[in-house]
Design a protein around this ligand. Structure first.
Ligand SMILES: Nc1ncnc2c1ncn2[C@@H]1O[C@H](COP(=O)(O)OP(=O)(O)OP(=O)(O)O)[C@@H](O)[C@H]1O
Length: 334
């Protein structure tokens, strides 16, 4: 684990929030099911213009070559390769302990791979989460990491500060550049909250938001850093079917902003109906890579999920749902 206590968007890296509590959803006051809809098209269009992310390049944006991660005697990742192109959504699946989160940690500078390298637009990825965020890679975590005593808007503004450029003098004097910058940040936060469907909660403390909305707020904060790559670690964990569908629509809209996305998820139906390409990690090795149809039908994938009879696993992969043996959440390391 990195020694940095926080990532550049202010996210605590150790599972705690700034006031020392966790935001695992248990503090959410509102449990009521709310209508969650896909982001309004006009908001998506405006944000895409503000964020200027898409460049039209055909070169891969994020590349991992031969990434290997050894923890003492345990090889958590062996020679993992990935090429993420602009506007692509890649899914990363695999049984518990396969190395998915470790891979995200290697991609975002939390871990320095034992060997291999990660590049962003052809340049070596900085080995420092703050600089990784500045370079254009944002992520969310398995365990929600918000600032519970701050409002939804304030949480998004924390992410936005990565991109705010005003000198110390202007900040101290609250000069015109500072005021412009603050106004721009507030406007962006408002748009991002509309984008993720949380306008009604803009002044609500993060800890009072229902669990699914906290996950969406985390995504809004990550997007506030203007990433070209977004890594989502189990974005639908704990969500009901309606929220899961809304999250699928949200990720499509994020792709429409020009952001390339990598998603870790145990819910195979979600992955197969969302992603352009799916990678299957098993015991730290990339077992299969291909289109959802290719991966779904691959006998090696069925076997990797063994623990249930092959017919049962195969049926789960075909129809969706988290394959047993892949769904429990133990031994996390972010
Ligand atoms: N900092 C660490 N020190 C030692 N071992 C670690 C560390 N981080 C991860 N591991 C080990 O590496 C392996 C891969 O873990 P990882 O959390 O990446 O798997 P995962 O695929 O994300 O699992 P899950 O689906 O349960 O979240 C596990 O055996 C885990 O215990």
């Amino acid at each position: 684990m990195s020694e940095n206590p926080q990532t550049a968007d202010g996210t605590p890296t150790d599972g705690t929030t700034t006031d020392g509590t966790t935001t695992d959803g248990t503090s959410a006051a509102a449990e009521a099911v709310v209508e969650v809809e896909a982001p309004p098209e006009e908001v998506t269009a405006e944000l895409a213009e503000d964020m200027h992310i898409a460049t039209g390049t055909r070169e891969p944006i994020l590349v991992s070559s031969g990434v290997t991660m050894q923890f003492g005697g345990l090889r958590a990742l062996s020679d993992v390769n990935l090429s993420l192109h602009e506007g692509e959504i890649i899914g990363l699946i695999g049984p518990n302990g396969a190395g998915k989160t470790t891979f995200f940690n290697c991609l975002t500078g939390l871990y320095t791979p034992t060997s291999g390298q990660v590049t962003l637009r052809g340049r070596a990825m900085p080995q420092d989460p703050a600089r990784v965020t500045e370079a254009g890679v944002a992520r969310t975590f398995q365990n929600i990491r918000l600032f519970p005593s701050m409002t939804a808007t304030e949480n998004v503004l924390v992410g936005r500060h990565v991109r705010m450029k005003q000198g110390p003098i202007s900040s101290l004097l609250h000069g015109p550049r500072f005021r412009r910058s603050e106004a721009e940040a507030a406007e962006r936060a408002e748009k991002l909250l509309a984008f993720v469907g949380l306008t009604r909660f803009s002044d609500e403390l993060a800890r009072n938001l229902p669990y699914g909305d906290q996950r969406r707020l985390e995504i809004a904060r990550a997007l506030a850093t203007d990433p070209s790559v977004l890594l989502l670690d189990e974005p639908t964990a704990g969500m009901n079917a309606q929220e899961t569908e809304a999250t699928r629509q949200l990720i499509f809209a994020i792709r429409d902003l020009g952001v390339s996305v990598v998603v870790i998820e145990h819910d195979t139906k979600f992955i197969f109906t969302l992603c352009d390409r799916v990678l299957v990690l098993v015991q730290g090795e990339l077992l299969v890579e291909g289109s959802p149809d290719e991966v779904r039908g691959d006998p090696r994938v069925v076997e990797a999920y063994l623990g249930a009879p092959p017919e049962e696993v195969s049926a789960q992969l075909q129809t969706g749902g988290a394959a047993d043996g892949a769904g429990t959440a133990e031994g996390k390391s972010e």
